[in-house]
Design a protein around this ligand. Structure first.
Ligand code: GLV
Length: 369
């Protein structure tokens, strides 16, 4: 008989919760769509729960871990990113936390690509024109033209899981790629993509030779028609290669005035006030954003300026928001399934209870013998 573990989930993660209930766990789900107040999370943790299911909008830090001292065994985050969880605090309290890497990789990369397409082919202003009955004629270049992606060069900033998946999508669209990663270069993957692109040319599937290579950050920005960002948020002091405001006045000015920026990583990687100015003053041609310094995007954000609406796509942190990706109970397919499995691994003592062996655990360093 399993011990009757108690779990609090700060949001509803769908049917995957049944996997816990079927094991006899007692699960309480915060029923409202918005985030619970932090004091409520602390109250629930203090009440003696064993597991806490969280997401990006919950600040999980020493206050929460202190409330869970001696009984909270795991925090299971339904997201790949975990910048809302204070890793140092989790380690100090020796509480493992898990995340849902891998299962959202393709969904996020395809969404980044779709945002890029919508932006560069001006789908939003074009649909507005149609809906507002402003489509008066077919003309070779009026009222505006977009830019095609085929044969163009894209900078892939960050070549972790999602960056590599983005490379794969871009290869399918016959794009050239300048890759940059502040921490790790995956030359094997880049070589394999080059081989695929060469084969497509040799077999007449692609019309022109496409290429991919790693370069310095500055070169990637200077020579690309598109820039897609796939780095984790690392604030100064958290890493020797911080990514906080990697896109600032100096670096945005390196981009071509005809280039487009796409960000599906984390908002604070881009200085938003500067980006809004870059769009107003035409330093770059456009931007598509899924993530923001403050979420939801504040009413007074400079990114909402109607003067830049035609070249600034704003999405509601939506890149992983696909049915199977978000909600499948299968830990190999869905974030919900993987989140629940991460929690079960710790509570049920899978892998001999060794957190360092648990595939979805993040802060393994705190448990190394
Ligand atoms: C989404 O942004 C995630 O980290 O899963």
């Amino acid at each position: 008989m399993n011990k009757k573990f108690r779990v609090f989930a700060t949001c509803d993660i769908g049917e995957a919760i049944d996997l816990l209930r079927n094991r006899g766990y007692e699960v309480e789900v915060y029923p409202r769509p918005e985030a619970p107040p932090k004091r409520l999370i602390i109250e629930k943790v203090k009440s003696g729960i064993d597991g806490l299911i969280t997401t990006l909008r919950d600040q999980i830090d020493a206050e929460v871990f202190e409330a869970g001292k001696n009984h909270l065994k795991v925090v299971a985050q339904i997201a790949v990113g975990f910048d809302n969880i204070n890793r140092a605090d989790a380690n100090r309290y020796k509480i493992p936390f898990t995340h849902t890497a891998d299962v959202l990789t393709e969904a996020t990369a395809e969404f980044a690509f779709f945002m890029l397409g919508s932006l560069t082919r001006k789908m939003w202003p074009a649909e507005h024109l149609t809906r507002q009955n402003q489509w008066g004629y077919w003309h070779p270049y009026l009222p505006f033209l977009g830019d095609e992606v085929t044969g163009k060069t894209i900078a892939i900033i960050g070549t972790g899981r999602i960056g590599l998946a983005m490379i794969k999508k871009c290869a399918g669209f016959d794009m050239n790629m300048l890759c940059y990663d502040p921490a790790y270069e995956n030359h094997d993957y880049v070589k394999a993509i080059q081989e695929v692109m060469d084969l497509r040319l040799a077999r007449g599937i692609a019309r022109e030779k496409n290429w991919i290579k790693y370069v310095r950050f500055e070169q990637a920005l200077q020579e690309s028609d598109f820039v897609s960002v796939h780095v984790p948020l690392l604030r100064p002091g958290e890493s020797p290669t911080p990514t906080y405001q990697l896109f600032n006045e100096q670096t945005l000015k390196l981009m071509k005035p005809t280039a487009y920026l796409v960000n599906t990583s984390r908002g604070p990687v881009v200085d938003e006030a500067v980006l809004a100015r870059a769009l107003r003053e035409n330093w770059i041609a456009g931007a598509a954003l899924d993530v923001y310094e403050t979420e939801p995007l504040p009413a007074d954000s400079p990114l909402r300026d109607p003067a830049i609406a035609d070249r600034c796509r704003l999405m509601p942190h939506f890149a992983s928001a696909a049915r199977i990706t978000r909600l499948s109970s299968d830990p190999n397919k869905g974030m919900a399934g993987r989140c629940v499995q991460g929690l079960i691994d710790v509570l049920a003592g899978n892998y001999g209870g060794d957190v360092t062996m648990m595939p979805y655990a993040v802060n393994k360093e705190a448990f190394a013998k």
